[in-house]
Design a protein around this ligand. Structure first.
Ligand SMILES: [Zn+2]
Length: 472
C-alpha cells in the first residue's frame, strides 16, 4: 500500500510502526455550528482510509479531537447568551447525528480540548523551560527560529515563509512567524489558571498535546486533515513536539483537498457553504459518500446539484447489479469457470487502485467496468462466479462505507414481480400468448420492461437498467 506523504512529497510504501495496529490522528471540528460539506469530505475520506486499513487486517486506533474552546465558540456564546459548554455540547451532539447519518465510524476516542488543558499547560511549560517559547504580558509564543526544520511540511524555507506570508504583524512577538501557545484572557472570556496567569491554550497546541497524551508520546503512523491545515497548523504541531523530542510526530502526513463551489473553496468565512444537514435532507448518506469519494482526495472536487444527481443514479445502478447477483442463487449453471479469471482480475484491480494512495476515483471506475461485465455475462455465471462477484461489491461497500439499504428495498418490490414473470414464462411455454401479454402489459404499467433471452427473461427499469433476471 502506498501513501502520498505531504512531508516528503512522494508516494511511500506504508509501513506501520506496529505490524497490527495503526495509530492515526485526524483534526476534528470546532464545535460551534453544524459542519459543512467541505468538512464532510475530510471526515469521510479519512473514514475510508480507516476502513481500508481495517479491511487489510489492521486494528486502527483513531483519535479525532473536538475543539471546544475557541474565539468562534466564545462569540456565539456571548451572542446567544449561553455558556460555552452549552454551545459545544449541543454541536458535539449534532456532529454525531450527522456523522452517524453519513455512516462515519465513531473514532476510538474524541478528546475535547477543555479536557486536556493540563496537558497543554505541561507542553507549553516544557517549551518555556527549554527556551523554545517566551512570555510577553501573559501571552506565550513559540519561537519559530529555534526550530531548524520549520517549514519542512509546507516545503518552504523559513525566510520565504516570512516574506511571503500573510501573517498579521503583532508587535509583541519577536518574529512575525512566532505563533501563540497561550492566550491571556480578555474580559468576559473563560480562562484557566496557568503559570502565565489566566488564559487559554492556542489551537496549534491542542492537537499535538493530544497526540502526545493519547499515543503515549510515541510517533504516530498517520496524521490527517484538510489541506488548509498544512500551514500553519500542522507545521506548528511538528515544531512543538519535534523541537523537544528527538523523534517524528507522525510518519505519514495526509491532506485532503478542497471542496469548491464554483471556483471558490467552500468555507464558513466565504459564506458559500451548505451544512451537511441540508444536503442530508435531500440525499442519503450513501450518495454523499459516493459523490465525495468519486474524486481522488488530493484533487479539488466541485459541488454541483447535477453531480449529486448523477452520483445518485450511478450508485443505484451499482446496487441494482448487486441485487441481481444476490438474487441469482437459483441459477445452476455448471460452466467451467469461464468468467472466474475475469472476475478475480476485477477484484485485484480494484484493490490495486486502493493500494495506490487510496485512489477511490479509479477504484469506482473499476466497479463500473465490472457492473457492465456482470450485466453482460451474469447468465453464464456459475455459483462460484456469483459468489466471487458478490465479494467484489462487498469489498467496495465495506471500504467505501456504503450501506445495503436500497438493495433491501428492491428485494421487497421484486418478489411479486419475479412471480409474475415466472407465470408469464409458463404461459409462453404453453403458447398461451394472450395471457403472457396481459402480464407483460401490467408490468410495463408498473415501470418494468421485460426482455426475453435464450434461457429466461431480463427485467429492466424504464432507463434500461437491468434489475433482475429470471431463468427458465
Ligand atoms: Zn489539529
Amino acid at each position: 500500500m502506498k501513501i502520498f506523504n505531504t512531508l516528503t512529497r512522494i508516494k511511500e510504501e506504508f509501513k506501520p510502526i506496529n505490524k497490527e495496529i495503526v495509530n492515526m490522528y485526524v483534526c476534528g471540528p470546532t464545535v460551534y455550528d453544524l459542519f459543512h460539506l467541505g468538512n464532510a469530505r475530510t471526515f469521510i475520506f479519512f473514514d475510508c482510509v480507516r476502513r481500508y486499513l481495517e479491511y487489510n487486517g489492521y486494528s486502527v486506533n483513531y483519535i479525532q479531537n473536538f475543539t471546544d474552546i475557541d474565539d468562534k465558540i466564545i462569540n456565539k456564546s456571548i451572542k446567544e447568551n449561553r455558556t460555552i459548554c452549552e454551545i459545544s455540547n449541543k454541536y458535539i451532539e449534532e456532529y454525531y447525528v450527522d456523522s452517524d447519518r453519513l455512516n462515519i465510524k465513531r473514532a476510538t476516542q474524541n478528546p475535547r480540548a477543555t479536557d486536556c488543558i493540563e496537558d497543554m499547560i505541561n507542553l507549553i511549560s516544557k517549551l518555556m523551560y527549554s527556551g523554545f517559547a517566551y512570555e510577553i504580558d501573559g501571552d506565550v509564543y513559540f519561537s519559530v527560529r529555534e526550530f531548524g526544520s520549520y517549514g519542512k511540511l509546507f516545503g518552504q524555507d523559513i525566510n520565504t515563509l516570512k516574506s511571503g506570508s500573510r501573517i498579521k504583524i503583532n508587535k509583541n512577538k519577536k518574529d512575525a512567524l512566532d505563533f501563540i501557545l497561550w492566550k491571556k484572557n480578555k474580559e468576559n472570556e473563560p480562562g484557566y489558571d496557568s503559570p502565565w496567569g489566566i488564559g487559554r491554550p492556542g489551537w496549534h497546541t491542542e492537537c499535538c498535546s493530544m497526540i502526545y497524551k493519547y499515543f503515549d508520546g510515541d510517533t504516530i503512523d498517520i496524521h490527517g486533515g484538510g489541506i488548509d491545515l498544512v500551514f500553519p497548523h500542522h507545521e506548528n504541531e511538528i515544531a512543538q513536539i519535534e523541537v523537544l523530542e528527538n523523534k517524528k510526530l507522525a510518519n505519514y502526513w495526509m491532506h485532503c483537498s478542497f471542496l469548491n463551489v464554483g471556483n471558490e473553496k467552500m468555507s464558513k468565512s466565504l459564506e458559500n457553504f451548505f451544512t451537511i444537514r441540508e444536503i442530508l435532507n435531500r440525499y442519503t448518506g450513501d450518495v454523499i459518500r459516493f459523490f465525495l469519494l468519486s474524486v481522488h482526495y488530493r484533487n479539488n472536487i466541485s459541488f454541483d446539484e447535477e453531480y449529486m444527481e448523477s452520483a445518485n443514479k450511478s450508485l443505484s445502478r451499482i446496487k441494482k447489479v448487486y441485487f441481481n447477483l444476490i438474487n441469482f442463487k437459483e441459477c445452476d449453471n455448471v460452466n467451467k469457470n469461464e468468467c472466474l479469471d475475469d472476475i478475480r482480475k476485477y477484484h485485484s484491480t480494484f484493490i490495486d487502485k486502493m493500494n495506490d494512495d487510496f485512489n477511490t476515483a479509479d477504484a469506482i471506475s473499476v466497479i463500473f467496468e465490472f457492473v457492465k461485465y456482470v450485466n453482460k455475462y451474469i447468465t453464464n455465471f456459475n455459483s462460484l462466479e456469483l459468489s466471487e462477484s458478490i465479494k467484489i461489491f462487498d469489498s467496495f461497500f465495506d471500504i467505501f462505507g456504503l450501506t445495503y439499504k436500497e438493495i433491501e428495498e428492491f428485494k421487497e418490490i421484486e418478489n411479486d414481480v419475479k412471480e409474475m414473470v415466472k407465470k408469464r414464462m409458463q404461459f409462453k411455454q404453453k403458447k398461451q400468448f394472450d395471457q403472457a401479454d396481459i402480464i407483460r402489459d401490467e408490468l410495463v404499467k408498473r415501470g418494468y420492461i421485460l426482455e426475453d433471452i435464450n434461457d429466461g427473461t431480463r427485467i429492466k427499469d424504464i432507463n434500461n437498467n437491468l434489475i433482475y433476471i429470471v431463468l427458465v
